[in-house]
Design a protein around this ligand. Structure first.
Ligand code: UDP
Length: 324
């Protein structure tokens, strides 16, 4: 029998790509999702249990019905801007929801956990690439909520023996190369899908949030990493835990940054269409530059992203965009 893995947020962007990767690696993913932001159509590689993390009865029923060996926890609110407006909602959902999940795991004897964290836990880093062990001083409630869970996990390990792999994503982008699934947020706030919408003529222009940052072209620099490479890192994290590996926290990026204008230029090259842009004020909560120094994921998980160059990311995302 295939080992069952509970995937919270399995109907979401990174969760659904990970379900596909898990299925390909011989696991049986069970998605647990409240469908507030996820899509039923993204759940293609195993059953879906609809429920929220705060709904104890449904959550516990999922553990009893499916008897997972591990939990991969994606379910969370994940918009920096929104978190600045509604911090309480972010802490309730991201911290409170995770605590409910960890308690349900304890009650059912599940002690292997892979957690979706974020580069937003680092805040405004000192110059240069962000190392796995760099100081974390988040500047928005989204990043704070994820860092709180990182700390909670350390205590759960000390006291309850729960082992975890914390994966701090930099900027997830792109889509499944087979075009089975892709990025679909409502409302869409992420840069690449918005630039593609402008290239397709569905948006008049792209808003560039600030061009006076201390970066080479004045726009924010981010480390874009292909969602399928992120999915692969989750399978590796799970296998690391199953093999008895120690808990670890690592950055998932490429080490190469791209500015907002470079992303727009790449979209113009890939699509052969021009994209109008309008410079706007800086978006609150945005650090100028977030680029990973990727060491631990390579060394301890053997992770080596294969589709994360910007051209491939944009190509895959564009193919998905046009299929919709
Ligand atoms: N961004 C932008 N215009 C947009 C959306 C995003 O200039 O319409 C910028 C944003 O300020 C950030 C980068 O693009 O510097 C990536 O933002 P996104 O929301 O995609 O991801 P985040 O970095 O918030 O996870």
């Amino acid at each position: 029998m295939q080992p069952v893995v509970l995937v919270t947020g399995g109907a979401g962007y990174i969760g659904s790509h990970t379900c596909k990767a898990l299925h390909g690696a011989g696991y049986a993913p069970v998605s647990y999702d409240d469908l507030e932001r996820g899509h039923v159509s993204a759940v293609q590689w195993g059953p879906l249990q609809v429920g929220s993390l705060q709904d104890q009865a449904t959550l516990r029923r999922a553990f009893e019905t499916y008897r997972p060996i591990a939990v991969l926890h994606f379910a969370a609110l994940a918009y920096v801007g929104e978190s600045m407006q509604e911090p309480g909602r972010y802490y309730t959902n991201n911290v409170g929801g995770t605590l409910a999940l960890l308690e349900a795991m304890r009650d059912h004897g599940v002690d292997q956990f892979v957690f979706s964290s974020t580069c937003a836990t680092f805040g405004v880093p000192a110059a240069g690439r962000i190392g796995d062990d760099d100081d974390q001083h988040p500047i928005n409630p989204y990043g704070s909520s994820k860092l709180m869970v990182e700390r909670i996990l350390r205590d759960y390990e000390t006291v309850h023996g729960l082992r975890s792999v914390v994966l701090r994503y930099f900027n997830a982008a792109g889509a499944d190369p087979d075009v089975d699934i892709g990025e679909r947020h409502e409302p869409e706030t992420h840069l690449l899908p918005l630039v593609l919408a402008a290239a397709a003529g569905h948006l008049e222009h792209v808003e560039v949030f600030g061009d006076d940052y201390p970066t080479p072209d004045g726009t924010c620099v981010r480390d874009y990493v292909h969602v399928s490479d992120l999915a692969d890192a989750h399978v590796r994290a799970l296998e690391h835990l199953r093999a008895g590996g120690a808990s670890l926290a690592c950055n998932l990026g490429t080490g190469v940054g791209a500015s907002v204008l470079e992303v727009i230029d790449q979209v113009e090259r890939t699509t052969g269409r021009s994209v109008a842009r309008c410079v706007r004020a800086r978006r609150e909560g945005d650090p100028p530059e977030l680029v990973a120094a990727v060491e631990r994921a390579r060394r301890d998980l053997g992770w080596n992203p294969s589709r994360s160059d910007l051209a491939t990311i944009v190509e895959d995302a564009w193919r998905w965009y046009r299929s919709g």
